[in-house]
Design a binder for this molecule. Structure first.
Ligand code: ADP
Length: 349
């Protein structure tokens, strides 16, 4: 019954018409061909008399035609059922159900199409969950400094504060607004980095000089904490986006300084290996525990969730993305209380 339903499905007028015309043409063609063949066999091979030949033609030809048409209807039903599965899947995805998957049976013509459909749905569901978590994290990260600024601004408006309190609250407002501006800057940079076009043309430049410049740019930060910086940088030329790569060293160095206590030490190494360049940034700071280490490259992740440490948890996400765009790798080794080493490997070609 289902087979005939598929053939004469009225909701689907176009396929129904085209199927009917195809079947009709096939049926007529088969009927003619069968009649020709049977008549040929009857007269020339079997040498049956004319009166009996009509009986043979009368039964054999319609019989075969019915069989062939039956086979065609069945094949038509199978393809209808398979394309219906696909249409149903597409409708589910169009309605936002990205967890929908098409089950394929062995030998189905559309097996490949189903597997590609399933891949597409899986990809869409990852994109959707990434978007949801981004919106959640983004709004959470922005809410805190905004609420803080608002609260202290209201306290200042109410008055009745000592001069010292006023200064303290104004400092909090200044710090939080700076954090907010850095947060939006980094969020924008990270979203721009999602597109590989951002990399632009790769220009060769001296990597050792760039690392040295980054140390100088952060001089104020490490001298404030009395940190010693020792470096052993081999001469090396790297082809990449110098501006983005500068951000990598600044972020890694800034973290090393931030998480190293007063009087600590930071070591920088640059070595040229076969086909790649290796940069190590080692500090003897607070370190990162093993359970947290796997999450530090996630957006907005901070090992210390309180807002006591400066930062917005985007620095390492940016570092990782820039290195990925250059075809490089970043690894981290750390021990709580002993220090952390970030190792960046960049391809030479
Ligand atoms: P943040 O802006 O908070 O520094 P990052 O993405 O740069 O964000 O770093 C994520 C987290 O990884 C930091 O909050 C910190 O807890 C940890 N981290 C990064 N670098 C170091 C380091 N050198 N030593 C110890 N912890 C680090």
């Amino acid at each position: 019954m289902k087979i005939f339903k598929s053939l004469f499905n009225r909701q689907n007028k176009k396929p129904y018409k085209s199927r009917f015309i195809t079947l009709f043409l096939f049926f007529t063609l088969v009927l003619f061909l069968m009649a020709e063949i049977v008549l040929f066999i009857v007269y020339n091979v079997l040498h049956i008399e004319e009166s009996n030949a009509y009986v043979v033609v009368l039964f054999v030809v319609p019989g075969c035609a019915v069989l062939i048409t039956g086979a065609l209807i069945y094949l038509n039903y199978r393809s209808y059922e398979q394309s219906n599965k696909l249409i149903n899947g597409l409708n589910q995805v169009a309605d936002g159900n990205f967890s929908y998957r098409i089950k394929s049976e062995d030998g189905e013509v559309f097996e490949n199409v189903y597997s590609n459909f399933n891949k597409m749905a899986a990809e869409l569901s990852t994109v959707q969950s990434l978007r949801e978590s981004f919106v959640h994290d983004f709004s959470h990260e922005f809410k805190t400094p905004i609420a803080c600024i608002n609260g202290f601004a209201n306290l200042l408006l109410e008055g009745n504060l000592t001069e010292e309190e006023q200064k303290q609250y104004l400092k909090i407002i200044a710090d939080e607004s700076q954090r907010l501006s850095l947060l939006s800057e980094n969020t924008l940079l990270l979203s721009r980095l999602n597109s590989s076009d951002m990399l632009g043309a790769k220009e060769p430049y001296r990597l050792d000089a760039q690392i040295r410049d980054s140390v100088i740019l952060l001089e104020n930060e490490w001298t404030k904490k009395d940190i010693t910086i020792n470096s052993n940088l081999a001469e090396a030329t790297f082809g990449g986006n110098a501006q983005l790569m500068q951000q990598v060293w600044l972020n890694l160095l800034y973290n090393a300084i931030k998480f190293t206590p007063q009087g600590g030490e930071i070591k920088l190494y640059l070595s040229v290996l076969e086909g790649s360049l290796k940069v190590d940034i080692c500090d003897n700071g607070v370190g990162i525990s093993q359970e947290k280490i796997s999450r530090i490259f996630e957006k907005y992740y901070k090992c210390d969730a309180s807002h006591s440490s400066k930062g917005n948890g985007l620095g390492l996400a940016i570092v990782k993305r820039v290195i990925d765009l250059h075809g490089g790798k970043i690894a981290v080794a750390s021990k709580v209380g002993e220090g952390t080493t970030f190792t960046v490997t960049l391809p030479l070609k």
